[in-house]
Design a protein around this ligand. Sequence first.
Ligand SMILES: *Cc1c(COP(=O)(O)O)cnc(C)c1O
Length: 386
Amino acid sequence: MIPYGRQDIREEDIDAVVSVLKSDFLTQGPMVPAFENRVASHVGSKFAVAVNSATSALHIACLALDLQKGDVLWTTPITFVASANCALYCGAAIDFVDINPKTYNISVEKLEEKLIFAQSRGILPKILVAVHLCGEPCEMEKISALSKKYGFKIIEDASHAIGGKYKNSFIGSNHYSDITVFSFHPVKIITTAEGGMALTNNALLDQRLRLLRSHGITRDEASMTHQPDGPWYYQQIELGYNYRMTELQAALGLSQMDRLDLYVQTRHQLAKRYQDLLRDLPLSAQQLDPESYSGLHLYVIRLDKNAIKNTHLEVFNDLRASGIGVNLHYIPVHLQPYYKKLGFTPNSYPEAEKYYSEAISIPLYYGMSESQQDQVVQAISKAVGA
Ligand SMILES: *Cc1c(COP(=O)(O)O)cnc(C)c1O
């Protein structure tokens, strides 16, 4: 089976992890800050807080921005459930904005319409989670202008987008947002096995993220209510969690960072090749902004169902039967049973649901050969009856 994505682990990654195992610190040593500094300086962000997953990063990002009961967070229905669940963890409500059918990202037009309506009802969102689907950046300039006009905060869920650029700045530089989140799950662009990071340019947010990552505990005298009782002393000043990343994970991430640019470049070469090879088939691909540089975590095709005899499900099954590990990113979040119980109903976000009935993620990863890619293209041609 040719998988839709996979990690690239080399001897130098293994050596980096083994040397941590032989060192004094398995957690809370020098590797985590080194990894944080490396990512922050690469993407041009002042601060970076490494955690045990992007899901944790999203949770503490919401808490750092004071999301709570009575507040609302908005995001897109075409994302992994974690982009929405973070609101519910904080006791806040969730709502969705439909997608742009060409970019598959949140529609800025629909966002503005919904903001105008929400303002008239006095129910404006506190936070918008902008998801860079497949690594393609959302229209951040416009979203940022709307955030100033309507007074909401922005978290970029850049789980797919490390190494990508929005116009001239790296994703993670937070030029148009408060906090950006990366994921280092093995299917993502670089991996720490499990892991994530929250980046910000705001020193107060950085402080809160660090507190929330580790039980809400501080050892900083200036943050305490009184002088330390002694050298052992710490204070818990917030309700935090244990969301820390281990030294083993950070060492792996640091080693993987050496190849981040190579990984994203290779994904672009493969994507360009797909674009040429799939050109005449009855399907379309994500529209990429020529002024930006996608992280290209995923390559999604949308079937032109009017031109194809087989159903979406038949095409999908046919590809799997041909040994192509296709997948579907994503099932619209509002159609999940848990979200239906919250009151969401089908047909609320028609573009998202149409996307779901046509989309297939095809294999794209560093190390994929041209002959594997040709095999994928052949299988797709056959499945769509071309
Ligand atoms: C993978 C992913 C997450 C969650 O990442 P974890 O590190 O597995 O917690 C969140 N949002 C999006 C869009 C993702 O793809």
